[in-house]
Design a protein around this ligand. Structure first.
Ligand code: DAH
Length: 342
């Protein structure tokens, strides 16, 4: 029994000074003291040597010894696990971080922002209007009264309960709303989504985006319109691009024109994108019709102005080399993520 107590003392000393270098040495410790053939079991197996009257106190000593070994083992295990990152409640700071996917702007938004930026440098301010519009602001006030044949070119979606409410066919409604709201001078740029009742294909969709421009003041002339749009084209497409105006017709402008730029792909030689003409149609424009000014309570004898409207998708297709307009609205991440960092 003396011998057993001496052994316990020695082992206690050994346990007290023990620190595990790694999981392996900790496992050796466990086997040595707490294993099936370990020292705690071995000493317990010697209880028969202990005289009956000493058994109780020896049992207590042995239990304390066992607890000490277990406690040491648990403490060291926690420490080793923490170092090697295996513990459930300790993060392993050596692992690579979880990547946070960075989003990207939609290509239509990128193009719209570019357009707006350029006009903002000419002191145009952004104005927005509703996509769900009434007949007056979308058509009638723009000199397109009920039976005007030009309405046929802009069929849209109506509320079955109230056909005077529709999804706007162009951003020109914002012209009307702003002229009703503020007095000249007015210099606004109006980006937004518009709708048409059209068959969806690679080249057309039932919704798309436009940017409208409007400048109303005294003595605004067609020369101002041309100069503004020249500036825009140079900023947007570069100095090598040629521009031409073709006479056209819009009910809300007089005179009216369409503006083309030389094809960015074939540089004017003619290719599939420009339908072999060498030119790409970019926007419609003109001098605001006196009837439109009058409809908004602006005196056409005193004020004149120009307006223009352009699509956003078409220049985005050209700029990013996209061949199908439907890609813009399919929400396919594989398409959209290509614009991160653009
Ligand atoms: N609203 C026309 C369209 O959607 C585009 C347009 C043409 C707007 C001439 C204008 C303009 O402001 O002056 O086809």
């Amino acid at each position: 029994m003396e011998e057993l107590l001496r052994q316990i003392n020695n082992y206690t000393e050994e346990i007290n000074v023990f620190t595990a270098n790694d999981a392996e040495s900790l496992e050796q410790f466990r086997i040595r003291f707490l294993g099936v053939k370990g020292l705690v079991k071995a000493i317990a197996g010697e209880m028969k040597q202990v005289p009956p009257e000493e058994k109780k106190s020896f049992g207590q000593t042995l239990n304390a010894f066992k607890s000490l070994a277990e406690e040491k083992y648990n403490n060291e295990k926690q420490r080793i696990d923490a170092i090697s990152g295996e513990s459930a409640d300790m993060p392993d700071i050596s692992l690579p971080g979880i990547p946070l996917p960075s989003g990207s702007r939609h290509p239509v938004t990128l193009m719209r922002n570019r357009i707006v930026d350029i006009f903002q440098r000419l002191s145009f301010t952004v104005a927005e209007g509703p996509e769900i519009e009434d007949d007056w602001h979308n058509f009638t006030a723009l000199n397109l009264d009920e039976n005007h044949p030009a309405r046929d070119m802009q069929d849209t979606f109506y509320l079955s309960t109230d056909p005077a409410i529709l999804l706007r066919t162009h951003t020109s409604n914002v012209q009307i709303r702003e002229m009703e709201r503020q007095k000249p001078p007015i210099r606004i740029i109006c980006p937004g989504r518009v709708y048409r009742n059209e068959t969806i294909s690679a080249r057309s969709h039932c919704f798309f985006h436009q940017v409208e421009g409007l400048y109303i003041d005294e003595n605004v002339s067609f020369a101002d319109l041309k100069q503004t749009l020249y500036f825009f084209v140079k900023e947007m497409f570069g100095n090598d691009v040629s521009i031409r105006f073709r006479p056209s017709y819009f009910p809300f402008t007089e005179p009216s024109a369409e503006m083309d730029i030389s094809c960015l792909l074939c540089k004017g030689d003619g290719c599939a994108v420009c339908k072999r003409t060498g030119w790409l149609e970019i926007l419609g424009c003109g001098m605001v019709h006196p009837n439109v000014l009058q409809n908004c309570g602006i005196d056409p004898e005193k004020y004149t102005g120009f307006a223009f409207g352009m699509g956003v998708e078409r220049p985005a297709l050209l700029k990013y080399g996209i061949t199908d307009i439907r890609l813009f609205s399919e929400n396919d991440v594989r398409f959209l993520e290509q614009f991160s960092g653009v």
